[in-house]
Design a protein around this ligand. Structure first.
Ligand code: BGC
Length: 239
């Protein structure tokens, strides 16, 4: 590998696939390119789409990939917001064969967190997008694959089905109940997570965190991070 590796950073979202190139310090070298996430014939369709996306990116010597589900050693376990069966799919190996560069894959919220945190105290990251992602750190050390979005929220729907935090805060719900009601739910969730984990800071990332930029009602220990953090954090997989 060259002494100054260029990293292809990919963020697989429930709605978009995004990519950029990163320099060795993790600074973006190119504008973000994106493609729609396939909605059928997965996982094959995802590999095809990532091949198409990466071929638009110029040259790179390794790849970091954020996946919207649980990942153990590059092997996917589940993905609530992707079509198809992801149990036991060796995504890192498949991409390595396809892209012909060393490839590391981790949960998307874990990568977002690695790009967002300061490395001090207990830090919690929540990503507000198609689903609700989460990552938890102590003194900069990640506890991988924390799925707080799938915890029961204590609410039930009209058919008496228990609702997870993700069921109440997803993008689909935002579209149906409107921004103000959805923001109230996020605030209620922040209160619960502050009193449960007692984090030094909570970071809000993901596309829908934009609704909290400059919001005077956010608690002082909450920081909104740009959505690009989901790509920039990819550099940390090589540290
Ligand atoms: C998945 C998480 C992921 C989040 C955001 C959830 O449905 O279970 O692993 O981080 O969506 O993509």
């Amino acid at each position: 590998m060259s002494p100054k590796p260029t990293t292809l950073a990919i963020d697989i979202g429930g709605t978009w696939l995004k990519a950029t190139l990163l320099d060795p310090k993790g600074e973006a070298l190119t504008p973000v390119q994106r493609l729609n996430t396939p909605t059928k014939e997965m996982p094959t369709a995802l590999l095809k789409a990532l091949h198409a996306l990466s071929s638009k990116m110029g040259s790179f010597s390794r790849a970091s990939v954020g996946f919207p589900g649980v990942v153990f050693d590059g092997v996917t376990q589940c993905a609530a917001n992707l079509e198809g069966d992801w149990k036991g799919f060796p995504l890192a190996q498949e991409l390595e064969d396809l892209l012909q560069v060393p490839t590391r894959v981790a949960n998307d919220a874990d990568i977002q967190g690695l790009g967002a945190i300061q490395g001090q105290g207990v830090e919690l990251v929540l990503t507000l997008g198609t689903g609700l992602g989460s990552s938890l750190f102590s003194e900069g050390r990640l506890l991988p694959n924390c799925e707080f979005g799938h915890l029961p929220s204590g609410y039930r729907n009209e058919k008496n089905k228990a609702l997870s935090f993700e069921n109440r805060l997803s993008d689909q719900v935002l579209q149906s109940i409107g921004v103000e009601a959805w923001k109230d739910r996020v605030q209620e969730t922040l209160t619960i997570f502050f009193s449960t984990f007692n984090p030094t800071r909570i970071y809000l990332g993901g596309g829908n965190a934009r609704f909290f930029v400059n919001d005077p009602n956010l608690p002082s220990r909450v920081t909104v991070v740009p959505n690009e953090t989901g790509l920039l954090g990819g550099i940390a997989l090589w540290k």
